[in-house]
Write a protein that binds this ligand. Structure first.
Ligand SMILES: Cc1cc2nc3c(=O)[nH]c(=O)nc-3n(C[C@H](O)[C@H](O)[C@H](O)COP(=O)(O)OP(=O)(O)OC[C@H]3O[C@@H](n4cnc5c(N)ncnc54)[C@H](O)[C@@H]3O)c2cc1C
Length: 421
């Protein structure tokens, strides 16, 4: 395929990851995970680590390849064709790694980041609590300093990889007076420190990712396990949300692409009323729309990835990509199921599994409602900014434009409805 969005190096990498996914991932692993015979795919993570495919954008000395965000996202899309559970296991090193690489001490990077990217240590990420998901800064897990330790109390819900994790990156409240955004800190805690993995959730899809509830009860951890500054949790959170949401976006595109390929092959062969069903517009136009949306989705990911490469604030681009891609991915899987008709609803083809998987993508890593809140907030900020360089000549008072005598009620309402009191 002619692809102007990728450099030659990136295309080579895409082919390498595609070959790894095609030739080195045992397909029965996915079936075992889906039928709950397998709790966590550690062997898959180890194999990816051995091929030096985890956390591609991190420096070589910490186990990465020193590549850019685009490289990493195209790799996540390739793994995404396998479904969310494996894609999540593949993406977690990148998500957790971002926090450790940006905010960790050298010792933390050697003890956690390096083995994570080598695939020999599994990390889980605990933000969500039974009390708060979208309302992340409402976290009620606490960490109280006592001499040179922190005493942690609380629960984290839906920790992906929780069942297989050796350590967790979690957030806890460390200031009880400050505003919510300045009251949390991030910590690295070892499972052996006494974290209890209490429950593995029964999930609609994404099975085998080991999503668990973890409990910390009077858990004493060394001060050295604080990640970043005390009460600086929001900085770690903001940094981690870039890979968290971009990997979600890329994984969803991967699932959509997989489903579309199956649907296209099927529609080419399946006959009804004496012709291949691809000859019906009702079918072929679905293919056209899904392919267009998936390509547009990929464009949004690469744009966000390129902004992330500059190190600039990329909240809007990342949230736009997360929202659009997860919806396009789910739509493609759903339309593929429609194209296959009844057989698409059975487990003869993997579409029904991808359908169950893809449904999660609009909910997790910050729901799409929350992403839209972020996007609109950034758009209002940009357009109402005083920065002249951002302005276009579309002011209400464009010279020559029709002048209305109507009042424009954009001023202080008190001018029209004076306070009588
Ligand atoms: C399988 C699975 C794996 C997960 N993995 C992890 C993980 O590894 N680590 C982790 O920390 N979390 C994880 N999560 C949690 C996930 O990120 C949260 O479920 C998600 O952020 C939503 O939070 P919530 O479930 O508490 O829903 P709530 O926050 O209670 O939201 C409920 C509904 O209200 C909407 N809503 C909330 N606030 C607003 C608002 N201001 N405006 C408009 N709508 C709003 C939401 O969009 C949603 O539709 C996982 C979840 C699942 C199901």
């Amino acid at each position: 395929m002619f692809d102007v969005l990728l450099s030659e190096e990136e295309k080579k990498l895409r082919d390498e990851v595609r070959a790894f996914v095609r030739d080195k991932v045992d397909r029965t692993l996915i079936l075992k995970m889906d039928s709950k015979d397998k709790e966590y795919p550690s062997e898959f993570v180890k194999a990816a680590g051995k091929e030096n495919l985890l956390g591609l954008r991190f420096p070589k000395k910490y186990g990465g390849r020193g590549l850019g965000w685009v490289s990493e996202m195209l790799a996540v899309e390739e793994v995404g064709v396998l479904g969310i559970a494996l894609d999540c296991a593949y993406s977690l090193p990148s998500i957790i790694g971002e926090g450790i690489e940006k905010f960790g001490t050298e010792e933390q990077k050697i003890n956690y980041l390096l083995p994570t990217l080598q695939g020999t240590k599994i990390g889980g990420e605990g933000l969500t609590e039974p009390r708060s998901g979208s309302d992340f800064f409402g976290t009620i897990t606490t960490a109280v300093k006592e001499n040179d330790t922190f005493i942690l109390n609380g629960e984290k819900r839906f920790v992906a990889g929780g069942v297989g994790a050796d350590y967790f990156l979690i957030y806890a409240k460390t200031s009880f007076e400050a505003k919510p955004h300045e009251s949390l800190s991030a910590f690295l805690i070892d499972r052996d420190d006494g974290v209890r993995v209490e429950e593995e959730y029964e999930l609609m899809g994404c099975r085998g990712m080991g999503a668990a509830r973890i409990v910390m009860e009077n858990l004493a951890i060394p001060e050295a396990n604080l990640l970043g500054k005390l009460n600086g949790g929001s900085d770690v959170f903001n940094a981690m949300m870039v890979p968290e949401r971009l990997t979600s976006a890329s994984g969803a595109v991967g699932m959509g692409v997989a489903a579309l390929e199956i649907a296209v092959r099927y529609a080419h062969k399946r006959e009804a009323f004496g012709r291949a069903i691809r000859r019906f517009e009702g079918i072929s136009f679905k293919v056209a729309d899904c392919a267009t949306e998936l390509d547009a989705a990929r464009g949004l990911i690469y744009r966000a990835a390129k902004v992330a490469d500059t190190g600039e604030w990329c909240r809007k681009e990342v949230s736009q990509a997360k929202t659009f891609c997860t919806e396009a991915g789910f739509q493609a899987v759903s339309e593929a199921m429609q194209i296959l008709g009844g057989i698409g609803y059975t487990d003869v083809y993997p579409i029904e599994r991808l359908f169950r998987d893809a449904r999660l993508a609009t909910i997790w890593t910050g729901s799409n409602e929350v992403q839209r809140l972020i996007v609109q907030n950034e758009v209002f900020k940009e357009i109402l900014s005083e920065d002249r360089s951002l302005k276009r000549d579309v002011e209400l008072d464009t010279p020559g434009a029709h002048k209305t005598t109507e009042k424009v009620y954009t001023e202080d309402p008190k001018k029209y409805y004076p306070d009588k009191s």
